[in-house]
Design a protein around this ligand. Structure first.
Ligand code: NAP
Ligand code: ZN
Length: 343
């Protein structure tokens, strides 16, 4: 087996360092991808820190991968050498369960294989996009439209699809009021996509520090959640609220912002449970929901939608040696709005 140069955390909570990890052979249905850019998702930090439970080390994080196909297996039909492709949060699934067959592979009941911090069907650890190359089955790669440059496209593979999927599922569009909680990597994609879908968008951020950006990205209102007046003035306003915050927030207060019948969708994944009062739901027939990334077909649809609407991520490109510093800045909400590693 070959090796590939990559940035890895050798142990839980340890700084990432340049090393080499195994690169699996390019099999019959596989494509070998030269990684050009990889976004840094807050989930990378959660997993390096074992916020979500025991993890596999050394860990090469990265599931916002944009690159170019440099070799294909003999049975590959979808891609050719030179094609621009992306890889998101998973690299294989059971392919047989009802969810896989419906194109909702992210909810595979047979066991989704994560792009990193996971084990493939042979039991070998998977390594993510903070490295020079990755091998994936052609069915788990998506095509990056020519009009999107690879750097701004990379974050669409997780942040983009994680917001696109619930916005479509809950039918965000003209006449709907949508609030996005947290203007970080996920949140800023939510503002752009919800606006492009025709919804009226409000950003609920901790402070008004990012207000100019929020309005520029497509929001028509921007409120600080540190100001109690936000919760009284906007009570009963929104059809849909998408919470992207990586920490626990007082959900009852946010449920109060929904109109009757509205839905609060959580995509943020804090390590601890969040208490909810049933009275915050039953008084207005409200729903509290969750959503995780999106399927392969929907990810391709999202990329095509973004290309059509000229939507990329707002990025700060860094070198691999700056990853640890970027992690600190993400934890301090100091990112506008996605770090992307040039590899
Ligand atoms: P991020 O770039 O760090 O953005 C999170 C934003 O939340 C921050 O920019 C900040 O926005 C706000 N925030 C942070 N701490 C807060 C606090 N204590 N109280 C209130 N607001 C706070 O992170 P991300 O990459 O967008 O990821 C966000 C979360 O989604 C993470 O938990 C990640 O693991 C999860 N995630 C889930 C999925 C999924 O499929 N469901 C996919 C990817 C990521 P303001 O400065 O505007 O307040
Ligand atoms: Zn992610």
């Amino acid at each position: 087996m070959a090796n590939v140069s990559a940035y890895a955390a050798p142990a839980a909570k340890a700084p990432l360092e340049l090393t080499t990890v195994p690169l699996r052979e390019t099999g019959h249905h596989d494509v070998l991808i030269d990684v050009h850019y990889c976004g840094i998702c807050h989930s990378d930090i959660h997993q390096v820190n074992e916020d979500w439970g025991p993890a596999i080390f050394p860990m090469v994080p990265g599931h916002e991968i944009a690159g170019v196909v440099s070799a294909v297996g003999a049975g590959v039909t979808k891609y050719q050498v030179g094609d621009r492709v992306g890889v998101g949060c998973f690299v294989d699934t059971c392919r047989k369960c009802a969810n896989c067959l419906a194109g909702d592979e992210q909810y595979c009941t047979g066991g989704m294989i994560g792009t990193y911090n996971s084990r493939d069907k042979q039991g070998e650890p998977t390594y993510g996009g903070y490295g020079k190359q990755i091998v994936v089955d052609e069915n788990y790669a998506v095509r990056i439209p020519d009009s999107l440059s690879l750097d701004v496209a990379a974050p669409l593979l997780c942040a983009g699809i994680t917001l696109y999927s619930p916005l479509r599922h809950w039918k965000a569009g003209p006449g709907q009021k949508v609030a996005i909680v947290g203007l970080g990597g996920l949140g800023h994609m939510g503002v752009k996509i919800a606006h492009a879908l025709g919804a009226e968008v409000t950003v609920l951020s901790q402070s008004l520090r990012k207000k100019d950006d929020g309005l520029r990205l497509g929001a028509s209102d921007f409120r600080a959640t540190s100001d109690p007046a936000t919760f009284s003035e906007l009570a009963g306003t929104f059809d849909l609220i998408i919470n992207t915050v990586s920490a626990n927030i007082p959900l009852d207060s946010y449920l109060g912002l929904l109109r009757t019948g509205g839905t609060l969708v959580n995509v943020g994944a804090p390590e601890n449970p969040s208490p909810v009062s049933m009275f915050a739901l039953i008084g207005g027939r409200k729903s509290l929901a969750g959503s995780m990334i999106g399927g392969i077909r929907e990810t391709q649809e999202m990329l095509d939608f973004c290309a059509e609407h000229g939507i990329g991520s707002e990025i700060e490109v860094i070198g691999g040696e700056q990853i640890n510093e970027a992690y600190e800045r993400i934890l301090a909400s100091d990112v506008r709005y996605r770090f992307v590693i040039a590899l």
